[in-house]
Ligand binder design. Structure first.
Ligand code: SAM
Ligand code: ASE
Length: 348
C-alpha cells in the first residue's frame, strides 16, 4: 500500500479496509487449495485458460475465472494473454508451498485453517465474552477435554496431525540448531505427534536416540499415515499427565505449554523435573511474545487462537522462565529464531 503512505488514515482508512478484507483473501487461497488449482497448474507445466482449469476440476467456468483473477490480484498466480485468452500459471512460491506434493508443501496447514480454525473463529466474540474455548459450540460436542475435541473424529485427528506435521517443514531446522544439543544422548519429544520435529533432530544429532511420546491413538495414526523416513526415531505411547514418562537426558516440549493454563503446565514441568537427573535438559519450543506483549502480531493472533481452541495462551519469555525456575530448572537460555517458533533450553 506504498501509494497510500502520504494520505492520512483519517482521510480515507486504507489500512482498515485492507484488514477487513483479510478473511476473504485467506479464503481465496484456501479455496484454490481445496479445489486443487495449484496441483493442476504444477502438473500441467504450461499456462492454462480458466475454461481448461474449470473443466479439469469440475467447477463452473464463471466461478473459476473470478477465483483465478483474484489469485493473480494477490500475486499468487501469473497471467499472460494469448490471442485474447487469459492463460494462468503458478508463481514459484505457489509451486513450492501451495501444491500438495511438493517437499515444502503447506497444503495440510491450509486445510486445517480453512476447515477447522475458520469455523472456530466465527465464535470469537463468545470466546472473548466467556474467556473459554468454543469447541463445544462450534462442533456440537459436549467435551471438557481439549484434545477430545481436537480429536473428535479420526478425520479431524489426521487433519490436526497434518497441521502439526507441516509447521516443521519451515521452522524445524532452526529449532533443532537453536542450541547445541549434541551432549544429550537420549531425547524424548513429549507430545511429539507425527515425529516431524524428532526427525529433524535425528538428522542433526545422528548419535542421539530419539523417542516420540504421545497418546495411543495419535501414535497409531502417526505410524499408519505419516511414515517417517528416519528409523532412528521410535514411538512410545502414554498420557504425560497421568502415566510415567520415559527416562531421558533431554525432554522436548514443542507447542505443549501453550495449550494449557499455568497450573497444568507446572504439574507437567514438575513431573519432568522429577524424572530428570542433574545435568538433564528441557527444551521448550513456542512462538514467544515480546516481553511487553506488543508483538509479534502473528503471536498475538496465535494467542487468540489458543483461546478459541484450547486452554492456554502464548506467553513472553519471562513467563516460561518463571515456570521453569519455579519448578527447579536453572540456566534458562532463550533463543529467538526470527521465524514463527522460538526455543528455550534449561537444565536441572
Ligand atoms: N509437539 C508437536 C508439534 O509441535 O508439532 C505437537 C504439538 S500439539 C499442539 C500437542 C500434542 O500433545 C499432540 O500431539 C497431542 O496428541 C499431544 N498430547 C495432548 N495431550 C497429551 C497427553 N495427555 N499425553 C501425551 N500427549 C498429549
Ligand atoms: C496447538 C497449536 C495449534 C493447538 C491448536 C492449534 C495451531 C493451530 N491450532 O497447540 C498452530 C498455530 N496456530 C495457528 C493459528 O495456526
Amino acid at each position: 500500500m506504498a501509494e497510500h503512505l502520504s494520505q492520512s488514515e483519517l482521510d480515507y482508512p486504507f489500512k482498515l479496509l485492507e484488514y477487513f478484507n483479510g478473511f476473504r483473501v485467506s479464503k481465496v487461497i484456501f479455496s484454490a487449495c481445496e479445489l486443487g488449482v495449484f496441483d493442476l497448474l504444477l502438473k500441467s507445466q504450461e499456462a492454462l485458460s480458466a475454461q481448461h482449469v474449470a473443466q479439469e476440476l469440475g467447477t463452473s467456468m464463471d466461478g473459476m475465472e473470478r477465483l483465478l483473477d483474484a489469485l493473480v490480484g494477490i500475486e499468487i498466480l501469473e497471467v499472460e494473454n494469448r490471442d485474447g485468452t487469459a492463460l494462468y500459471s503458478s508463481t514459484d512460491v505457489a509451486n513450492l508451498y501451495l501444491a500438495k506434493g511438493s517437499a515444502k508443501s503447506l497444503h495440510d496447514m491450509i486445510i486445517y485453517q480453512s476447515q477447522t480454525i475458520y469455523p472456530l473463529w466465527n465464535n470469537m466474540v463468545d470466546a472473548i465474552r466467556e474467556g473459554k474455548n468454543q469447541n463445544e459450540k462450534t462442533f456440537g460436542l459436549p467435551s471438557e477435554e481439549v484434545f477430545q475435541a481436537i480429536y473428535r473424529s479420526e478425520e479431524e485427528m489426521l487433519k490436526f496431525m497434518g497441521l502439526m506435521n507441516s509447521s516443521w517443514v519451515l521452522d524445524g531446522h532452526d529449532i533443532v540448531t537453536a542450541f547445541n544439543l549434541s551432549c544429550f544422548q537420549r531425547i524424548v519429544d513429549l507430545g511429539g505427534c507425527t515425529g516431524a520435529l524428532a526427525c529433524e533432530m535425528a538428522k542433526v544429532y545422528p548419535s542421539s536416540s530419539i523417542t516420540v511420546f504421545d497418546l495411543p491413538d495419535v501414535v497409531q495414526a502417526a505410524q499408519k499415515h505419516f511414515p517417517l523416513e528416519n528409523d532412528a526415531v521410535v514411538f512410545q505411547t502414554g498420557d504425560f499427565f497421568t502415566d510415567e514418562i520415559p527416562a531421558a537426558d533431554l525432554y522436548v516440549l514443542a507447542r505443549i505449554i501453550h495449550d494449557w493454563p499455568v497450573e497444568k503446565c507446572l504439574k507437567l514441568l514438575k513431573k519432568i523435573y522429577d524424572a530428570c537427573k542433574p545435568g538433564c535438559g528441557i527444551l521448550l519450543v513456542e512462538a514467544m511474545l515480546f516481553e511487553n506483549r506488543r508483538g509479534p502480531v502473528m503471536v498475538q493472533i496465535f494467542s487468540l487462537n489458543m483461546l478459541v481452541q484450547a486452554e492456554g495462551r502464548e506467553r513472553p519469555p519471562s513467563q516460561y522462565t518463571h515456570m521453569l525456575n519455579k519448578t527447579g530448572f536453572h540456566n534458562v537460555q532463550v533463543c529467538r529464531t526470527g521465524k514463527s517458533y522460538d526455543a528455550i533450553l534449561a537444565t536441572r
